[in-house]
Ligand binder design. Structure first.
Ligand code: FMN
Length: 343
């Protein structure tokens, strides 16, 4: 892609990137190969440190960080889990990530260690309270995550949450960067996020179905046959498998037999905490997606292939650039309304 077609934002300038695209630190999915591929393509790959080893069954983080470190990379943790194993942060920082991405919990206790190592802090937020905590922590960038997102998240929708976050941050700390997440899987989403006031985007589901992701093939095959209507947010899975997520977060996954059986029974599932732990773990080990979750967001409806991560970065940027550069001219000319759908 020629330099004329680059989207330049405060985020690309400060993080020294070619494209304002971050690959989310997806637990069990964003290993070193995927993070490296996204960074090599000009975005920012963030290795998924997930539950910081607290849960077990996660990839060896040291091995993944070793793979990633041939390029600039970040590392991400689920904050409430990291609080149970804080030494994991220092261990990860020893690999020299350019940034640490924290989500789902209070980032403030970790900020001094991260900045002390010369790394930047990116905090993912689901509410304005989370944004305030991130600002208090001195975050360099804040991700406003909409409920459309795959995996864990909150209740706000990307479309109104991102501009509200932009205004809030502009009032309190205008220098802090804003990234948008949740449902962004192509150039239209990237262009829209920039128009909402974001300096860049965090993309999960689209990279979940990339060649370099650790995602099982059966899961992305299923995704290719699914639409956004096929996802659901639920707290039942975590309760039944005995993972103690804070109440304010739920899990967006593809509907399956387990979500159908427990639909509308979340309080009951909470009371049955951990009762399906073995059943669930065995189903996951067998790759039985009728019981084990296929973790993807509403953007799953845009997944019809499993390309190389570099092709995703390239096509998102190219499409966003084309749309942004032609839309104003076309939309403001009466009688010449463009068709903005993708063929
Ligand atoms: C499979 C999967 C696993 C995820 N795991 C994590 C995680 O471990 N930590 C985290 O901060 N976010 C995680 N997320 C959420 C992402 O950070 C991001 O907010 C989300 O993927 C953006 O929405 P999208 O999926 O529509 O692109 C995960 C998302 C997916 C799809």
């Amino acid at each position: 892609m020629s330099d004329d077609h680059l989207l330049r934002t405060r985020f690309t300038e400060r993080f020294n990137l070619r494209h304002p695209i971050v690959c989310a630190p997806m637990a069990l999915v964003t290993g070193g190969r995927l993070a490296r591929a996204v960074s090599r393509a000009g975005g920012l790959g963030v290795v998924g440190g997930g539950y910081a080893g607290v849960l077990g069954g996660e990839p060896d983080l040291a091995a993944e960080l070793t793979l990633a470190r041939r390029e600039t990379f970040g590392v991400g943790f689920i904050t409430w889990a990291l609080a149970k194993a804080p030494q994991r942060l220092e261990e990860a920082l020893a690999y020299g990530p350019s940034c640490v991405f924290l989500s789902f919990g209070d980032p403030r206790p970790f900020a001094p260690v991260i900045h002390g190592h010369g790394a930047r802090l990116i905090c993912q937020a689901q509410t304005l309270r989370h944004i305030d905590e991130a600002l208090d922590a001195g975050a360099d960038a804040i991700v406003a995550q909409g409920t459309e997102a795959g995996g864990h998240g909150g209740a706000r929708s990307t479309l109104p949450f991102v501009p509200e976050a932009a205004d809030h941050i502009a009032r309190r700390s205008p220098d802090t960067l804003l990234l948008a997440a949740g449902g962004i899987a192509d150039g239209r989403g990237l262009a829209a996020a920039l128009m909402l006031g974001a300096d860049g985007v965090v993309v999960g589901t689209r990279f979940w179905a990339s060649a370099e992701a650790l995602t099982p093939q059966a899961a992305t095959d299923l995704a290719e046959r699914s639409t956004g209507d096929d996802t659901i947010r639920t707290t039942a899975i975590d309760a039944l498998r005995g993972v103690d997520w804070p109440d304010e977060f739920s899990f967006r996954v593809l509907k399956n037999d387990l979500t159908a059986a427990w639909a509308g029974r979340e309080t009951e599932a909470r009371a049955a905490f951990g009762s399906l732990r073995e059943v669930y773990d065995e189903a996951r080990a067998r790759g039985d997606l009728r019981t084990a979750a296929t973790v993807a967001g509403e953007a799953v409806g845009r997944i019809r292939d499993r390309p190389a991560a570099a092709d995703i970065v390239e096509s998102m940027t190219r499409e966003a650039w084309a749309r942004l550069s032609i839309a104003a001219a076309r939309l403001t000319r009466p009688g010449n309304w463009p068709s903005m759908h993708n063929r």
